[in-house]
Write a protein that binds this ligand. Structure first.
Ligand code: ATP
Ligand code: MG
Length: 441
C-alpha cells in the first residue's frame, strides 16, 4: 500500500453508537483539555494509546491529544502548560499528578523534505527533528502503528480511521503504517515499540512489520542511551516484562541493549539454561500487577546479574573478597553497558548495593544478621536473594531462614541466631548446588 500524504483520503468514520468508548472512561482532565480547545475554535481529538486501550476494554496508561492548535496557542489557553521536547515540540498540560500531552498535527517527513522546512534526517534516514505541522490526515500517516492512529472526535464522539486501524485492532494485529523499512529507519525505537505493544496487548506483529527487524536491529546503537533507558522501563516495569523480554530475544533486539547479558544467555552453565532474568521479570510482573512498588535499580540488578556474577567469580579466584569482587565486577561492566542504555546514578548506586549485600546473607554469626536487617537496602537485597534462591543459586534453607528472621520478634530472632548450625555461621561457607554459589550467600 502506498500512502500519499498529499492526497486527500476520506477516513472510515465510526459513529458514536457503533463503538464502545464513552466519556465516563476518559480522564476528566483530558476531557477538559479537549473541550477547551474545541471552544477556542480548534480541532481536538483523543488519539494513541488512550483510544486503542479503551476500544480494547483496557485502562489507558495516559491520554494523548492531537490538535491543529500550535504549541504556543495551546500554551495560551492553559495556565498549567509547559512546552517540552527537542525532537518535536509538545504541550504538557499538568493537573496535579496527571499530565495530558497535547501534540499539534504533524506531517510525515517526506512532505517536510519536499517543502524543505524544519526537518532533519541523518545518513541512515533517522529523523532528528520533526516539527513540520500538518493536517489531521497527515498526522494519522506519520504515526507508528495503525492501532495507534485512531482519533476520537470530541465534537460528535465518532472515531476517524485513515489506516484501517479498527480492522487491525479487531484482528489483534500490530502493523506499521507505510513501508516498514522506511519507518524503522526514521525511528529505530519503533522496533522496541513493536515488541512492547505485542507483549502488552497480546497482539501478533504482522509479518511485513516483523520481517525487517532482525536486519535493522543494529540501528538501535545510534539511539541516545537516555531514550533507551526510558524505553526499557516501559518494556519491563508495566506488568508484561517477561513477555517483552521473550520478544526482544526473539527478534535479536536484546543483544543491542544488553550485549554482555545476551552473550551469556546463549550459553548454558553446568547444563542449565540461564533462566534468572525470565524469573526476575515474571516476579516483577506479579509485583506490578499487585500494585506493589518496583524500581529501576532492582530491574537493572537483575538484567546485569549474570555478567556481574561471572566476572566476580573471576576476581574472587584471584583472591578478592566476594562483596568487593561484586562491586569491582559491576564497576567493570557498567561503563560499557551505559554506552547502550543509560542508567542514572541514582539507580546505579543502589543496584551495586544490592549486589554487595548478597554475600552478607551467608554471615549469620553474632550481630551481623541484625546489622544487615537494619541496612536501608535490606529489603531490595533480600528480594534479590529470593530470586537467586528460586533460580537454584542460593541454598533454600538460607532463604527460608532470612524470611523467618525478619518476620519474628526479638526473642524469635535470638533463638534463630542460636539455632543456626555453627558450620553455617562462619563467613561464606561455599556450597555447590546447581552452580557454584559464590559470590553469594
Ligand atoms: P502507551 O502510552 O500505552 O505506552 P501509546 O501508544 O499511547 O502507548 P505514547 O508513547 O504515549 O504511546 O505515544 C502516543 C502516540 O504517539 C502513539 O500511539 C503513536 O500514535 C504516536 N507515537 C509515539 N511514538 C511514536 C513514534 N516513535 N513514531 C510514530 N508515532 C509515535
Ligand atoms: Mg500514551
Amino acid at each position: 500500500m502506498n500512502f500519499q500524504e498529499t492526497s486527500t483520503l476520506s477516513p472510515n468514520i465510526v459513529a458514536r453508537a457503533d463503538h464502545n468508548i464513552s466519556r465516563t472512561q476518559i480522564s476528566e482532565n483530558a476531557l477538559k483539555v479537549l473541550y477547551r480547545l474545541k471552544t477556542a475554535g480548534y480541532e481536538s481529538y483523543l488519539v494513541g494509546g488512550g483510544v486503542r486501550d479503551l476500544l480494547l476494554g483496557r485502562e489507558p496508561k495516559d491520554f494523548d491529544i492531537a490538535t491543529d492548535a500550535r504549541p504556543e496557542q495551546v500554551h495560551a489557553l492553559f495556565r498549567n502548560c509547559r512546552i517540552i521536547g527537542r525532537r518535536f515540540r509538545l504541550a504538557h498540560v499538568q493537573f496535579g499528578g496527571e499530565i495530558i500531552e497535547v501534540a499539534t498535527f504533524r506531517a510525515n517527513q517526506d512532505v517536510a523534505r519536499q517543502a524543505d522546512v524544519d526537518d532533519a534526517h541523518n545518513d541512515s534516514g533517522r529523523i532528528l527533528r520533526d516539527n513540520t505541522y500538518g493536517t489531521l490526515e497527515q498526522d494519522a500517516f506519520r504515526r507508528d502503528f495503525t492501532v495507534n492512529a485512531l482519533y476520537y472526535d470530541i465534537r460528535d464522539f465518532s472515531l476517524k480511521d485513515y489506516v484501517n486501524g479498527i480492522a487491525d485492532l479487531r484482528a489483534g494485529t500490530l502493523r506499521l503504517i507505510g513501508d516498514p523499512q522506511i519507518r524503522y529507519r526514521e525511528d529505530p525505537v519503533r522496533m522496541l515499540r513493536a515488541v512492547r505493544f505485542a507483549a502488552k496487548l497480546g497482539f501478533r506483529i504482522h509479518p511485513d512489520t516483523a520481517a525487517p527487524i532482525a536486519a535493522l536491529s543494529a540501528l538501535l546503537d545510534d539511539i541516545p542511551p537516555a531514550r533507551l533507558f526510558e524505553e526499557i522501563l516501559k518494556l519491563f516495569l508495566y506488568g508484561f516484562g517477561r513477555q517483552s523480554f521473550e520478544n526482544l530475544r526473539h527478534y535479536g533486539l536484546f543483544a543491542r541493549l544488553f550485549p554482555r547479558t545476551d552473550a551469556i544467555l546463549d550459553t548454558e552453565e553446568q547444563g542449565f539454561p540461564h533462566t534468572f532474568i525470565a524469573e526476575a521479570l515474571a516476579s516483577t510482573d506479579v509485583r506490578v500487577n499487585a500494585d506493589k512498588s518496583v524500581t529501576p535499580a532492582f530491574l537493572f540488578a537483575a538484567l546485569l546479574w549474570e555478567p556481574v556474577r561471572q566476572q566476580a567469580l573471576v576476581l574472587e579466584a584471584q583472591g578478592m573478597h566476594s562483596g568487593e569482587a561484586l562491586r569491582h565486577a559491576a564497576d567493570e561492566i557498567l561503563p560499557e553497558q551505559i554506552s547502550h542504555v543509560a542508567l542514572p546514578r541514582r539507580f546505579a548506586t543502589p543496584m551495586i548495593e544490592i549486589y554487595q549485600l548478597q554475600p552478607r546473607f551467608a554471615q549469620r554469626d553474632g550481630k551481623r544478621p541484625l546489622r544487615l536487617l537494619a541496612h536501608p537496602r535490606f529489603r531490595a537485597a533480600y528480594d534479590f536473594l529470593m530470586l537467586r534462591a528460586a533460580a537454584g543459586e542460593v541454598d533454600t534453607e538460607l532463604a527460608r531462614w532470612w524470611t523467618e528472621f525478619q518476620n519474628v520478634d526479638a526473642a524469635g530472632q535470638s533463638s534463630l541466631l542460636n539455632a543456626t548450625p555453627t558450620g553455617q555461621r562462619g563467613r561464606s561457607r561455599r556450597r555447590r548446588r546447581r552452580r557454584e554459589t559464590s559470590p553469594s550467600a
